[in-house]
Design a protein around this ligand. Structure first.
Ligand code: 1DF
Ligand code: MN
Length: 355
């Protein structure tokens, strides 16, 4: 069954470029079972209840389509890719992945999920690539799993679904993970999660905690915390991928630069130390941005102006935004063929080291 949001009659034309979709999700049935136990347990995380509690219990066409597609790493997914003209998906464990679990379960299930994803990639090497899921709850094991995932499993990139129980990668206790990513030449896709317990209430009470807005606010702040904490002075080769047009950070760039400098010069906070560069310099040099969820020319164009044509890439966000008409709209953007090839194909090949 096609998702009700997709227009059945439409089909993208064959293009001069391959379309590589870079923020595509899966969820093993076993993980959904673990999620069910967490949701039924004592005092579950309110964002998790709002997000996965909804998708796993709603009988709406959208929720049922999403839960069904998330679990498939075979024919159904390939058929949807064919219908949408997607040549390759870069697949990651759906948010919040293992990050909602207790540390021990998270470490163990990250390995299981990575083994499963690697097997799907081995079965369909021209159609699927996969990112390594890690449990930031145990930074040392996460660093090990990055190395195993990249070197032994042939996965490419690391998925981190924003905060872990309210903690951020700007905290030095997590820097071992960043060190491993940099050492293995693996980009970290900093994917959204719902805001943590101590941030979510004003979002939740008006329905803005999810992908509509809360995701972007929380994840944009996470990326900004990494910048202002000096992560990229310490790990200058580290590359972070942000979806959803950089969670709006490009639009903030001017103000961030001005106010960061004003704050540092006036020594207002002990936590905001001088950096080697301006915040926007790190956006240009340490970030790659995807258009997941935003099939909108002006926003893509603006981000390309700021980061350059080599740092903006295509993503669909399957199955959450399984929309064929958006592929057609993006094909039609007023971009040169060479730039379109960068956007859809070669930037992703370079960033994820796909041959
Ligand atoms: C939603 C959107 C859920 C995205 C996601 O993972 C997700 C959603 C749980 O619409 O609820 O990855 N997204 O990236 O936009
Ligand atoms: Mn997503």
């Amino acid at each position: 069954m096609n998702h009700p949001e997709t227009k059945q009659a439409l089909r993208p034309a064959k293009a001069e470029y391959a379309r590589i979709a870079t923020e595509e999700a899966f969820a093993p049935a076993e993980m959904l079972e673990m999620y069910r136990k967490i949701l039924q347990g004592p005092d579950p995380d309110p964002g998790f209840v709002s997000l996965m509690g909804f998708y796993m219990s709603s009988q709406s066409a959208r929720a049922r389509h999403i839960i069904e597609c998330l679990q498939d790493l075979g024919e159904k997914r390939l058929q949807h890719m064919d219908e949408a003209g997607i040549d390759r998906q870069i697949i990651a464990l759906t948010s919040p992945g293992v990050q909602i679990m207790d540390a021990e379960s998270a470490v163990s299930f990250a390995r299981t999920a990575n083994d499963e994803l690697a097997e799907a990639v081995r079965n369909h090497p021209t159609r699927f690539s996969g990112m390594v899921a890690v449990a930031p709850q145990n930074p040392q094991e996460a660093a090990r799993e990055i190395e195993r995932g990249i070197k032994q499993l042939g996965l490419t990139g690391v998925i981190i679904n924003s905060h872990t129980h309210g903690e951020y990668l700007s905290d030095q206790k997590f820097w071992e993970i960043l060190e491993a990513a940099e050492a293995n030449d693996a980009p970290i896709y900093l994917h959204p999660n719902t805001p943590p317990r101590n941030m979510i209430q004003p979002f939740l009470e008006c329905g803005l905690d999810g992908a509509i807005y809360g995701f972007g606010v929380e994840t944009g702040m996470h990326a900004l915390r990494m910048i202002t904490a000096g992560v990229f002075d310490r790990f200058p080769k580290l590359q972070v991928i942000l979806g959803h047009m950089g969670e709006a950070l490009p639009f903030w760039a001017y103000r961030l630069d001005y106010m960061h400098r004003a704050t540092v010069v006036s020594e207002r906070y002990a936590s905001m130390k001088p950096l080697k560069k301006k915040p926007s310099d790190y956006l240009r040099e340490n970030f790659v941005i995807t258009n997941s969820g935003v099939a909108w020319g002006p926003a893509i164009r603006f981000t390309q102006d700021l980061l350059g044509m080599d740092r903006v890439m295509y993503a669909m966000d399957y199955p959450y935004q399984h929309a064929i008409d958006e592929v057609i709209a993006l094909d039609g953007l007023p971009m040169s063929m060479a730039d379109k090839k960068r956007f859809f194909e070669t930037n992703a090949q370079r960033v994820f080291r796909i041959k």
